[in-house]
Ligand binder design. Structure first.
Ligand SMILES: *Cc1c(COP(=O)(O)O)cnc(C)c1O
Length: 445
């Protein structure tokens, strides 16, 4: 099976495809879906045939997860009672002080980590800084460089460059598939995205981690697009450090705090570059000198963002009784079915899948490169046609997103995305592309 399928997609003949057949298949798949009932734990629009035409299919959970139903009441109680009535007593009586580790332990099973290895707080960007500088400080003395995923989400690269400058190391961008060949004994660590945010490609975490360790380097993984979408196995694969956000597949809400994982055997060697008072062994001793806390608490910085943390904790209740393996099975079925529907519904040559067809290389999103409109000139100030296509999709109730220059992204969140959602999205995409001006088919390969 090829890495990049690149179907020059589309139905062979003109006119709409066998629409009824796909709708019926979607209905069957939804009926057989063991996770179907979990959708009820989220606030989502009802399907369009049940209510108004304004209902949207939400395929942007890889950017901002939908609102879990448990969150509003829990947050109202935190505000009215814990803050409003108990006030400062809540730091102990309502468990505010211990929330970063307690919630870390709730995320841990989803990423294959034992208890005491994950702490929640700060943004992903800040945790990347802690992990990269902390990793360099644990690396061998002769190390001169950091490898950074050449296809990384930008913030990781920006932070890694600054961290390298501060620690006197060089940064070398390397494609994830090349890391095993490029790592040397001078490499302190590699910072790699588990799933590529643009294409949805799943990078080989066990293989790359093993190759790094064989060369004496540490493996630092960014799980933003994999946590909550597929099994990660941090402990099993001996990952050293990992970070991730909680507002994508973990549905923690806009700007919800991120997390830091530190392998158990490295925790007593981890020296944070941001040793705030919350990471002190005895924070209330008000000691002028910093003595790091034992265990994962040394990944903390300052006072935790309690409202966001507790919203996240309530959001994680949506995972009660759900196995990440079941999520992965449904995720692959959803993306397979969506690709099949796109092939059937979209006119030939208009889109090309950038997402690997091989299951072991696919995350939980489908990215479609959109052929430019005839006569349009990329990079010369015109709005790329893919951006126009996504605007029109959203107007018609199919919410994905657009990444320059030509990528349409559709995220599949198995906790609440249905097969009917996938079918409707592909059908509407076909309608939008048929309605747009004729395009060149030069990008169909
Ligand atoms: C979403 C995402 C981030 C976001 O970082 P923030 O600090 O939360 O803004 C970082 N890295 C990757 C790979 C992401 O996908």
């Amino acid at each position: 099976m090829s890495e990049t399928p690149g179907f020059p997609a589309g139905a062979a003949g003109p006119g709409p495809p066998a629409e009824g057949e796909l709708t019926a298949r979607a209905r069957e798949l939804d009926k057989a879906d063991p996770l179907a009932a979990v959708r009820g734990r989220f606030v989502l629009d009802a399907p369009p045939d049940e209510t108004s035409g304004g209902a949207a299919v939400y395929l942007d959970g890889n950017s901002l997860g939908a609102l879990p139903r448990a969150v509003p009441d829990r947050l109202a109680d935190v505000i009215a009672r814990e803050w409003g009535e108990l006030r400062i007593r809540s730091w102990s009586e309502s468990g505010w002080w211990t929330a970063p580790e307690r919630i870390g332990d709730k995320i841990a099973p989803l990423i294959g980590a034992g208890p005491g290895r994950v702490v929640v707080g700060d943004s992903t960007s800040v945790n990347i800084f802690k992990a990269v500088v902390g990793g360099v400080r644990m690396a061998g003395k002769g190390c001169t460089e950091i490898l950074v995923d050449a296809t990384t989400f930008p913030t990781d690269g920006y932070i890694a460059r600054s961290a390298a400058r501060m620690t006197g190391l060089a940064v070398r961008p390397v494609e994830p598939a090349r890391i095993a060949d490029e790592v040397t004994e001078r490499t302190a660590l590699a910072l790699v995205n588990h799933v590529d945010y643009r294409t949805g490609r799943l990078n080989d975490l066990p293989g790359i981690t093993h190759a790094l360790h064989s060369a004496g380097a540490l493996a630092v993984w960014d799980l933003c697009h994999s946590a909550g979408a597929l099994p990660v196995g941090l402990d099993a694969h001996h990952v050293d450090l990992a970070v991730g956000c909680t507002y994508k597949y973990l549905n923690g809400g806009p700007g919800s705090p991120a997390y830091l994982y530190i392998r158990e055997s490295l925790q007593d060697r981890f020296e944070s570059p941001l040793p705030g008072w919350n990471s002190h062994a005895d924070p209330f001793a008000m000691d002028p000198d910093h003595t790091p806390a034992d265990g994962i608490a040394r990944g903390r910085v300052g006072t935790p963002d309690i409202l966001s943390l507790l919203a996240l904790e309530a959001a994680l209740e949506a995972w009660d009784g759900v196995s990440i393996e079941a999520v992965r099975t449904k995720s692959l079925a959803l993306t397979d079915f969506f690709l099949e529907c796109v092939q059937a519904c979209v006119p030939p040559g208009r889109v090309r899948s950038l997402t690997p067809s091989a299951h072991e290389r696919r995350g939980s999103q489908v990215s479609l490169a959109c052929a430019p409109a005839l006569g349009s000139s990329f990079g010369q100030g015109e709005i790329p046609v893919a951006g126009q296509v996504m605007d029109e999709l959203i107007r018609r109730g199919v919410v994905g997103d657009f990444r320059p220059p030509d990528v349409l992204r559709f995220g599949f969140t198995p906790l609440y995305t249905s097969f009917a959602d996938a079918e409707r999205a592909a059908r509407v995409l076909g309608e939008v592309l048929r309605a747009l001006p004729e395009v060149s088919s030069g990008d169909g390969g």
